[in-house]
Write a protein that binds this ligand. Sequence first.
Ligand SMILES: [Zn+2]
Length: 631
Amino acid sequence: MLVILLAGPLTAQTNARQEKFQKLPLGAIKPAGWIKEQMQKDMAGFVGNLDQLVPSLINDPIYGEGRLHKHSKAKDLGNLKSGDAAGDDQYQWWNSETQSNWWDGYIRNAFLLNDSSAIEKSRKHVQAILATQDSDGYLGIYDRELRYHFSAENGELWSKTTLYRGLLAYYECTKDPKTWLALVRTVDNVMQNYPVNQSDPFYAGTGFSGGVAHGLTFTDVLDKMFQLTGNAKYREYAVFLYRNFSQNLNSEKDVQLPNILNPEYKLQCHGVHTYEHLRPLILAAYASGSKELSNALDIYESRIKHVTTLTGAAIGDEWIGGRTASSSSTGYEYCSLHELMDSYTVLFQKSGAHTNGDVVENIFYNAAQGSRDPDHSCIAYLKTDNSYEMLGTKNGEAEPGRNQTRYKYSPVHQDVAVCCSPNAGRITPYFIQSTWMKEKDSVLVAALLAPTIVNTSIKNIPIQIEERTAYPYQQQFSFIIKADRSVQFTLKIRKPDWATAIQTKEHYKLEQGFIVIRRKFSQNDRIDIKLITRVMVKEDLEHKKYFSYGPLVYAMPIKAKKQMGRVYLPGFEDWMYSPVSKTHYDYVQNNAAHYSNGKILLQLKNTSTKKIEKTTLVPFGTTILRQVSFK
Ligand SMILES: [Zn+2]
């Protein structure tokens, strides 16, 4: 059980909107089946070994003896620095993000997999970090002279956010009181030095201030601190941060309240910022109970939908620039996939709206799986839905003034920035930790469908549910329930949008997008359920057709020749792919599309020969080069 401090009276006086579901503590839900295997492969591959691949970035003692001071110079990250608008200022704090995001993913994978050597490595890291804490509670990257006194770009809150998310993960899995005390003291240190409603933490002058803008996600830390303590001060501080960010000049302005409320405004900023900023807005809207902020949240959500493709990916290559999503020209950064998915899990938890579950599964099972190299331990920094080559550029397109190298697979992407690789280590544990949620004490919610094992308690009775499934590749589930004794509770299973029927012997009701089973469960119980679906044809914002079956989008794989790029270490290489054939296909009305054995068989028109051919589509997430949308 979590240490619950000060719950009760402090939560009573606010106007906060009721949060529908509660997240379970990290570690309560373990992966199983194919997801567990994939996580184990990642830990044996690029996720578990990033510190060996870029040791100088990971070992930079930026939180300790190498803290930044007035005369610190920008760090050499070993990248090409080509086509970056951001300039050198961000390179001062950059290693804190790389390290802390990587450690955050590493710690979560370690505990979710019960990987004892990785857990021990995490423990040592946390001990080393806690040893850098100053007597006043400060845990961060600046010396005494610089900290909390900025008038330009800086990484004060961002370096803390990335670090504290990992520390919170470690605390949730270990309940280590030393880590908890360090977190309470360091968050207090922020709130003392940037006092609520009486300071200006987001003032950053007129230059580029991407690090300052990332710092708005300090609300992630505050949200978790509130969930762990029930202390309303953390939520009130989150509202303050959002409002203060809205009032200041910043290059990442999509989420600023006046811009959201301006009907003419189009999303235009750096994609990762825009999608991670959904979370502070959600938190501010719920914590304040403000109608204006709830309205702003609705507007912001609909704007994001407009820049999102049918695989769940939103424009992130890297500035949105007022564009609309497109299957061939929307490039998306792996970081932006993670941030967008994480934001929707928070929205799902707070709103309880089942449609968010479809969105999260779409991003994770389609866009994110489809940005991994199925044959090597690496990911694409940038990827498009229709992917006709992966040789560095966006499907061969020249970008004036920029040596584009992001469209390839790498375990590191050091030539650009080591941001996507750490985030690719975070996305799976973050997905897993949102698969099950609670609604009050006696309602357990299978919010996202996936092979998992959840351990929790209902009315103080310990209970375990194993969700046995090959989902999303099949749509059949067995929920194997083991309880210390028989117990009455409600099991809610999200009914995905694509499910046309439900097969089960259970007596259930459909309530607000959930299959609701209320009954007494015996000590050893079981629910079998099958979701029925069919091949569906969906149309994107450009009126191109996509085929899906269940949660998965299907694509025509394009045969490719691979070539090895940079070798970091044996087994850790960059990979590029060129197409063997340039044949593309068009949609035809009478296509006889049908599902068979994990594939969609159908007829499409060959654009070169103009002939109609029998073709086969496979799950988008298993492809490298592919055509997924058809004119
Ligand atoms: Zn990235």
